[in-house]
Design a protein around this ligand. Sequence first.
Ligand code: NAP
Length: 256
Amino acid sequence: MPVNPHWFNLFLYIWLGLAGVIFILLVVLKIEVPYGRYTRTGWGSFIRNRAGWVLMEFPSLVVFSALFLAEGRKHDAVTWFFFAIWVFHYINRSLIYPFRIRPFSKKMPLSVMFMGIFFNLINASANGYYLGFLKPDYPDAWWKDIRFILGVMIYLFGVVANWWADGKLIRLRKNHDNEYKIPYGGLFRYVSCPNYLGEIMEWSGFALMAWNLPALAFAVWTFANLVPRALNHQAWYQRTFPAYPKERKALIPFIL
Ligand SMILES: NC(=O)c1ccc[n+]([C@@H]2O[C@H](COP(=O)([O-])OP(=O)(O)OC[C@H]3O[C@@H](n4cnc5c(N)ncnc54)[C@H](OP(=O)(O)O)[C@@H]3O)[C@@H](O)[C@H]2O)c1
């Protein structure tokens, strides 16, 4: 499956540019992507949240793994480490996380699910293809490279923050009700969306440790999706709960 690396990179530069456009549109027009608390009619038919999340995220696991393994190439240990990170994340996001969310009856528009599938397919294909086919081997010295070490630290903090915050939000609905409550404690003392902060750190850490264009593109897209959504959540919390803590920022403690 040969793809000219020049065209591959050109495609990724365009994809990165598109992330910038989407980011600006979402922030300037204050668009609330219609799932979760912003679910509304006018976006087509609906699908149950749980099925939506599985169908949206599972292709990322399959396509990335298939492309990575397709050529049967003998990979170095560092590349296998990156493979494990991707698989670990998407096993959670596509097969564990959807079965934790409550209530079971909530739905998302199919159009949002298809947008998610599109986004995931491009990022998974680019990263799987690059690691499986294009990248030069990482030398053993990469384990001690400052980009790798810093990337792993940022990534680990991100995973823990994301898992913890998603869990905390999910547990706010003990009785499987449909209500929203103010989350308190831990990173919620500082920001409204520690799960998004964690996710952005995860993929920024991954981009730093893998040091390649597709990983960077995925980190930038994650930022472009989640920064506007965190700003929306912050505004939503403030107008919904008069007692919402005033000092709490949206995403980055003390800053944003
Ligand atoms: N890489 C990317 O580009 C990307 C894009 C999107 C999402 N994600 C990740 O996917 C995960 C879910 O994203 P999301 O946008 O659905 O996150 P979210 O809006 O924070 O919601 C997470 C879960 O918690 C519930 N919840 C949130 N706030 C609540 C509150 N105050 N009271 C009670 N329940 C509350 C939500 O219920 P409702 O669904 O009913 O609101 C949902 O089940 C996150 O970890 C995020 O980082 C990644």
